[in-house]
Design a protein around this ligand. Structure first.
Ligand SMILES: [Fe+2]
Length: 309
């Protein structure tokens, strides 16, 4: 990849900025950060807080981290009692999340939720419409129709397993990788600097201290060169990594305290989705037509789990 990134990364450390939305009852404070095709909404809730969508156009994802958060999630005439450390895919249409305890909730919406996209703290960064990105491609509807899909996540993590344990889920409009939380810090001799040609990556970090190393390509004009970024980020925070920028992330500090990182891609990543057995809920959603003759859109130094199947 030799083309230039068309924007710098957005780095949003939530406790260093005001929330974009505070509910009228003050029970929900939400920080909204967008990419070209998605918005990450991080909400701190008090018991009884309600997050409601009157008619969301597409599916969205709800992550309850393993911090004790619990919520009732209602949509499509159904309801789930979502506990901490869970993912729920919410169908299009009206839906409601009611927090049962104090905690945090991350909701990921696609570009189709234009009201949310407009509220993002970094909306100005995308005023050009992000022409470098592949268009947000809606994948085929689930085999058994749209409905609430709920996944408790602890069963997909082995406390004695590998340090890096990807846990990947997809819907019609996005793919999330909710890595099992880390109790040891990343080996600095085994990093994975890589780039994505025509899609962005959000990395949401709720625990620990992180560096998202970033390098932007050079062009002919020295005045437009951007320096490498090795800045530390506190948590909770999110970074939106632009297409074409080389990136790799590592957590800092002593082994022991927990760190966490969740990656979000919108539309779903075909290289991950077409890797048999890699996406945990792959049997629920058909792949798009032509999924086998895919072009590789990611390059650089990759770990085995990141490589196409
Ligand atoms: Fe990446």
């Amino acid at each position: 990849m030799t083309e230039l990134s068309m924007r710098k990364a957005t780095k949003a450390a939530f406790h260093e900025m005001e929330p974009q939305v505070v509910s009228p009852d003050g029970k929900a404070k939400t920080w909204i950060t967008r990419g070209g095709n998605f918005a990450i909404c991080y909400t701190e809730v008090e018991p009884g807080a309600v997050l409601e969508r009157t008619n969301n156009p597409e599916e969205y994802m709800v992550i309850l981290p393993p911090d004790g958060t619990a919520a009732t999630i209602e949509a499509g005439g159904e309801s789930v009692e979502a506990g901490e450390d869970s993912l729920t895919i919410v169908p299009p249409g009206p839906s409601r999340i009611t927090a049962k305890v104090k905690g945090t909730i991350a909701c990921i919406y696609s570009k189709a939720s234009s009201d949310i996209m407009a509220l993002a703290s970094n909306a100005a960064s995308y005023a050009d419409g992000a022409p470098e990105l592949a268009p947000p491609d809606l994948w085929p509807a689930p085999h058994d129709g749209f409905k609430l899909r709920h996944y408790p996540l602890a069963q997909y993590a082995d406390p004695n397993g590998e340090r890096i344990q990807p846990r990947v889920f997809r819907s019609t409009n996005m793919l999330v990788n909710i890595f099992a939380h880390y109790r040891t810090r990343r080996d600095t001799t085994a990093l994975s600097p890589h780039w994505h040609d025509d899609f962005e990556q959000a990395s949401l970090t709720l625990n620990g201290t992180w560096i998202h190393h970033l390098r932007y390509n050079w062009g002919a004009d020295l005045a437009n060169w951007w320096p490498d970024d090795h800045g530390e980020m506190s948590t909770p925070s999110v970074i939106i990594i632009p297409a074409r920028a080389v990136h790799t992330s590592r957590d800092l500090g002593e082994d022991g305290p927990e760190s966490s990182l969740y990656d979000i891609f919108c539309p779903p990543r075909l290289d991950f989705a077409s890797k048999k057995g890699f996406v945990i809920n792959e049997n629920e959603y058909p792949l798009p037509e032509g999924a086998t003759d895919r072009e590789v859109k990611t390059g650089g130094t990759l770990l085995n789990w990141q490589k196409p199947g």
